[in-house]
Design a protein around this ligand. Structure first.
Ligand code: NAD
Ligand code: MG
Length: 398
C-alpha cells in the first residue's frame, strides 16, 4: 500500500489514541503506511502537542481557543502549525488526505466531517452521533463528491465486511454486550452512579460512550447509524444481546445464509480496517481463540429495563429530524447524569419525554438538510431536554 495521508479529529480520545497505536505499529512493521497531516482535539493541549510531535503532524488544532497559547508554546521550535477554534478544525479537516478519521464525540463532530467530504477526503467515521443527526447530509454530500464513508463503529465495520455487494440482503443484526447492568434490577439501575455506569465489562471507551453503553442508548444510536449507512428500513434491523462481544455484526441473505464478522473486542481492528481499506493493515490485538472461549451466548434485549432500542425504532421510523432530537436529548441527559443532576434511569426517560414533545409539538417544519438546520434542531432539542430535566427534578424532588 502506498503511504496514505490521514488526519484525525478527536485525536486525544479513546478512538484517536487507538488509531495512533495502529499507525505507529503499521509504520514500524509494514513500511511507511501512514503519514499524519492534521490532528485535532477539544481542550487537552498537552496531549495534542505530544501526539503532533511524536507523529510529526503538519498542523495541530485545539477546539478550546483559550488553550492556543499553551499549544503554541509546546510546539515552539518545531515546524508544526498550531490553530484553535471550530472553524480551524473544519479547515484542517479539509486539508487533502486519503482518509480523515472522524473521532470527535457528539454532534460537535459533524461540521468537520462535512468539511472533509466537501474537500473530497474519504472519511473513516467513528463519530456515530454525527450520523444520527447528519446522516442524510453526510451521505448525500459523499455521493455528490464521490467520497467513501468507511464505518469505524465495530458493528458497522462488521456489516461492511459481511455485506459484499449488498444484493439479496434480507436483514442486518448488530450485537450489544448489554453493558454493566445486563443482569441488574431496575432498583439497582435507579441507584447507579456515573462511575458504575461508565465501567464497561468488555470495551474501553470515552465516558460518554460508556454511559451510552450502560443505557443501551449506544446501541440505539448504532441502530440508527446502521439504518442510514446501509440504507435499510428499521424493520430489517435487529439488535441482539451477546455478552462476550465476539460477533460484532451479521448480514442475513435471502437464501438463509448469515455472514458474521468475529474478533476480540478491541477498536483497533475496525479502526485499522477503515484506515487501510481496501487493504488490511497488520494490527496488534488479541487473537481469537474460540476453544478457550468455549461458548457464545445470545439473548433478546429487555426493553423494560432498556427502553432505548424502542425509542430508536420509533425515531428512525419518523426520520432524521426525530433521530436528531433523540441524539441531542441524550447528549444533554448524559451530561446532566455525569454532573449529578439526574439519576441513571432518568436518561432514557428524558430522551423519551423530549421525543414525545417533539412528536406533539410544532418543530416538524425544521428539516435536517443543511448544517444550519441541524444546528437549530440540536439547540431546540437540548433546550427541550433541559426543560424535561427540570420537570424530572421536581418529580423526584432532586
Ligand atoms: P472520547 O471522549 O474518549 O474522545 C473524544 C475526542 O473528541 C477527544 O479527543 C476530545 O478532545 C475531542 N473533542 C470533544 N469535544 C470536541 C469538540 N467540541 N471539538 C473538537 N474536539 C472535541 O470519545 P471516544 O470514546 O474516543 O469516542 C469518539 C467517537 O467515537 C464518539 O462519537 C463515539 O460514539 C465513537 N465511538 C467510540 C468507540 C469507543 O470504543 N470508544 C467505539 C465506537 C464509536
Ligand atoms: Mg459500537
Amino acid at each position: 500500500m502506498a503511504t496514505r495521508r490521514i488526519s484525525i479529529m478527536g485525536a486525544t480520545g479513546s478512538i484517536g489514541k487507538s488509531a495512533l497505536d495502529v499507525v505507529r505499529h503499521a509504520n514500524a512493521n509494514a513500511g511507511q503506511t501512514f503519514q499524519i497531516v492534521a490532528l485535532a482535539a477539544g481542550s487537552d493541549a498537552e496531549g495534542l502537542a505530544a501526539q503532533a510531535i511524536a507523529f510529526n503532524a503538519e498542523i495541530a488544532v485545539i477546539s478550546d481557543e483559550s488553550q492556543l497559547p499553551t499549544l503554541k508554546t509546546l510546539l515552539a521550535g518545531t515546524d508544526i502549525e498550531a490553530a484553535a477554534g471550530e472553524t480551524a478544525i473544519a479547515e484542517a479537516a479539509a486539508r487533502p488526505v486519503e482518509r480523515m478519521l472522524a473521532a470527535i464525540v457528539g454532534a460537535a463532530g459533524l461540521k468537520s466531517t462535512i468539511s472533509a467530504i466537501r474537500a473530497g477526503n474519504d472519511v473513516a467515521i467513528a463519530n456515530k452521533e454525527s450520523i444520527v443527526c447528519g446522516g442524510k447530509l453526510i451521505l448525500s454530500e459523499a455521493r455528490r463528491r464521490g467520497v467513501s464513508i468507511l464505518p469505524v463503529d465495530s458493528e458497522h465495520s462488521a456489516i461492511f465486511q459481511c455485506l459484499g455487494d449488498g444484493r439479496s440482503l434480507e436483514k442486518l443484526t448488530i450485537t450489544a454486550s448489554g453493558g454493566p447492568f445486563l443482569t441488574s434490577s431496575l432498583d439497582q439501575m435507579r441507584m447507579a452512579s456515573p462511575k458504575q455506569a461508565a465501567a464497561h465489562p468488555n470495551w474501553s471507551m470515552g465516558v460518554k460512550n460508556s454511559i451510552d453503553s450502560a443505557t443501551l442508548m449506544n446501541k440505539a444510536l448504532e441502530f440508527i447509524e446502521a439504518g442510514f449507512l446501509f440504507d435499510v428500513e428499521g424493520e430489517r434491523l435487529d439488535v441482539i444481546v451477546h455478552p462476550q462481544s465476539i460477533i460484532h455484526g451479521m448480514a442475513h441473505f435471502t437464501d438463509g445464509s448469515v455472514i458474521a464478522q468475529l474478533g476480540a473486542p478491541d477498536m483497533k481492528t475496525p479502526i485499522s480496517y477503515a484506515l487501510g481499506w481496501p487493504d488490511r493493515v497488520p494490527t496488534v490485538v488479541d487473537r481469537l481463540d474460540l476453544a478457550t472461549l468455549g461458548r457464545l451466548d445470545f439473548e433478546n434485549v429487555d426493553e423494560t429495563r432498556f427502553p432505548a432500542i424502542r425509542l430508536a425504532r420509533q425515531a428512525y421510523a419518523h426520520g432524521v429530524q426525530a433521530t436528531t432530537v433523540l441524539n441531542c436529548a441524550n447528549e444533554s441527559a448524559v451530561s446532566a447524569f455525569i454532573a449529578g443532576h439526574c439519576g441513571f434511569l432518568d436518561i432514557s426517560w428524558i430522551v423519551e419525554e423530549t421525543l414525545n414533545r417533539y412528536f406533539s409539538g410544532n418543530m416538524h417544519g425544521i428539516a435536517c438538510d443543511t448544517l444550519e438546520e441541524i444546528a437549530l434542531l440540536d439547540r431546540f432539542s437540548r433546550e427541550m431536554a433541559r426543560d424535561v430535566l427540570e420537570k424530572t427534578q421536581r418529580r423526584t424532588g432532586g
